[in-house]
Write a protein that binds this ligand. Structure first.
Ligand code: GLC
Length: 589
């Protein structure tokens, strides 16, 4: 292989702020560690296990919601954004977690859910009590129904979680007209809920809503959090008049038509909101003793925006808006070299347009884990969840590909997100009984969509302990599959070739070689079924950093490795050659 001058992405400056190349670990608090033994994870459990993250070598953690909630959508239905749900602990536990994380030099990113509240939120309860047209109703999207009495929903929008996106708040009201007949006083009113009927959408044209969320940001910034992952960031503003739209967006943003054509996603009006939030966050940066801004003190906004094409995602990370946006292109790319190359190239190019770092992610709490996803046939679209009656993933193949996918991902510059348990190679639970499923999408679709419970299973820490060390009582809100005990942290720690040790090595070498800020060039003359990039950073003094090549073999036979020192491989070599579905990092001479 010879080198290509084709630079895909320029190297970043060595003194850039922390978030430009941070590796951020998603903790799903329900399922990480359960200190009180009730079967649901909690904040004291998280605090007690933070050293795992230091040992792994990540920079930050992102916590999925732990706020007060009736848990219709696992906490993405918030009743009080300023308090911790008793299921997870107390506000003091949140403070203790943030303090301990900072002691360990870990940044803390929390989830912010601004598109909707819970239907139990005091605002929404007041709205239901109030009359149509009242200020209480104006915080949400209440509309009269269609038809003479308003018996039909106001438009044809469908919920991401199946069924209509409208719930009837009040039936039509009639009055006696004094002559023995009835008179329509008011049509039935409905409220918009793009997800579950327990998650009414807020009306972001209302200044009161904007002021409330600015205050919520400040509440958590004052408590010391380092950033916010913004849930459904592409959904806050709806097109004026709420026109009909025939398509249904499914979870993970999969839509039959581009999201920007839809009247509910990716409306240009969202950007003004984020510019305001950015200004709020900037107030919280610290100065260094010499008066210059301290890049380590920057607080960040991360958009969850299931938006296409990548140029539209880039709009969320313009210099005066969010810092990062999740990039789901790599996650969604089929396991084929041309698709992976296209996803990598587009991700880098799209973000470079606005000078933002790209992000990478392979798993989260909304998708089938990549160790399972990549064990399914490549040409079949991945389902939202896998059940006992479905074709089962090839576990060995899935894990091999998952390790290779991660090895490619962590070589690439930008910020990478890891989902709890992927460092153990955890698969989804692919045979959950229906009666334990909790995802609202499962219930609303009458089981046609299995939903996301399979990727949310409690984490195994100790192979021999009750609930594999998730707690000491053995209770778990979702059952763990038998293989989880084998994959527990203590079974893999220090074991050569384990997935945990692979992640630890990748993260250490990534840091040592400055890969997160490296420039990227495609390697010329690479066979069509091989993905290969050269990475090179800039040293503090301005000189060139070490050169690293990442190679992923998606062909049919093992291939020769490039000349140089082998740094890490995602799986064992075959007589010195790189096997199929395996990736390697090589230090180039
Ligand atoms: C986001 C969350 C998902 C949640 C949805 C509604 O996509 O990641 O878990 O169900 O928003 O809040």
């Amino acid at each position: 292989m010879t080198e290509s001058p084709a630079q895909l992405h320029p190297p970043g400056p060595p003194d850039a702020p922390w978030w430009r190349d941070a590796v951020i670990y998603q903790v799903y608090p329900r399922s990480w560690a359960d200190a009180d033994g009730d079967g649901v994870g909690d904040l004291p459990g998280v605090t007690a296990h933070l050293e795992h993250l230091v040992d792994l070598g990540v920079d930050a953690l992102w916590l999925s919601p732990f706020y007060r909630s009736p848990m219709v959508d696992a906490g993405y239905d918030v009743t009080d954004h300023r308090d911790v749900d008793p299921l997870f602990g107390t506000i003091d536990d949140a403070d203790a977690l943030i303090a301990r994380a900072h002691d360990l030099h870990l940044k803390v990113v929390v989830d912010l859910v601004p598109n909707h509240t819970s239907r139990e939120h005091p605002w929404f309860r007041a709205a239901l009590e109030a009359r149509p047209g009242s200020p209480e109703r104006a915080r949400y999207l209440f509309r009269d129904g269609r038809g003479p009495f308003g018996a039909q929903p106001p438009n044809n929008w469908r919920s991401v979680f199946w069924g209509p996106a409208w719930t009837k708040a009040r039936s039509a009201v009639f009055d006696d007209d004094g002559n023995g007949a009835t008179r329509l006083l008011h049509k039935a009113q409905w409220y918009l809920d793009l997800f579950d009927s327990g998650q009414p959408d807020l009306d972001w044209t209302n200044p009161e809503v904007r002021a409330e969320f600015d205050a919520i940001l400040r509440f958590w910034l004052d408590r010391g959090v380092d950033g916010f992952r913004v849930d459904v960031a592409h959904g806050l503003v709806k097109r004026e008049g709420l026109p009909d739209w025939d398509d249904r967006t499914r979870m993970a943003g999969v839509s039959d038509r581009p999201t920007r054509e839809s009247p509910m996603w990716d409306q240009d009006g969202v950007h003004e909101i984020y510019r305001g939030w950015r200004a709020t966050l900037e107030e919280y940066g610290r100065a260094r003793p010499d008066g210059t801004p301290d890049p380590d003190s920057e607080r960040i906004l991360v958009a969850e925006a299931w938006v296409e094409p990548i140029e539209r995602v880039a709009l969320y990370v313009r210099p005066d808006e969010m810092h990062q946006a999740f990039n789901f292109h790599y996650l969604n790319a089929p396991w084929r070299a041309p698709d992976l190359k296209a996803a990598v190239g587009e991700s880098l190019r799209g973000n470079d347009l606005v000078g933002a770092p790209t992000t990478w992610v392979l798993s989260n709490h909304d998708v089938v884990r990549h160790a399972s996803r990549l064990g399914l046939p490549v040409d079949v679209p991945c389902p939202s969840g896998i059940g006992a009656d479905d074709p089962q993933p090839d576990a060995e193949l899935g894990l091999r590909r998952a390790r290779a996918a991660t090895t490619l991902m962590l070589a690439l510059p930008g910020s990478a997100y890891l989902y709890q348990g992927e460092e153990l190679g955890l698969p989804d639970h692919t045979a959950l009984p229906d009666d334990v499923r909790q995802d609202p999408a499962f219930h609303r679709s009458g089981g046609r969509e299995l939903g996301r419970d399979g990727c949310r299973i409690p984490m195994p820490w100790k192979g021999e302990a009750p609930a594999a060390g998730f707690n000491t009582t053995g209770e778990t809100w979702l059952p763990q599959p038998a293989c989880y005990a084998e994959l527990a942290v203590d079974r893999q720690r220090g074991v050569e070739g384990s997935t945990l040790e692979l992640y630890r090595t990748l993260l250490r070498v990534r840091r040592d070689r400055g890969l997160g800020r490296a420039g990227v060039a495609e390697v010329a003359d690479t066979p069509p079924d091989v993905v290969a990039y050269d990475l090179q950073g800039i040293e503090g003094g301005g000189g060139e950093g070490p050169r690293t090549r990442v190679v992923l073999n998606l062909g049919e036979d093992p291939i020769r490795l490039p000349e140089g020192e082998l740094l890490v491989t995602s799986g064992p070599l075959d007589a010195g050659r790189l096997p199929v579905d395996t990736a390697a990092w090589v230090a180039l001479p």
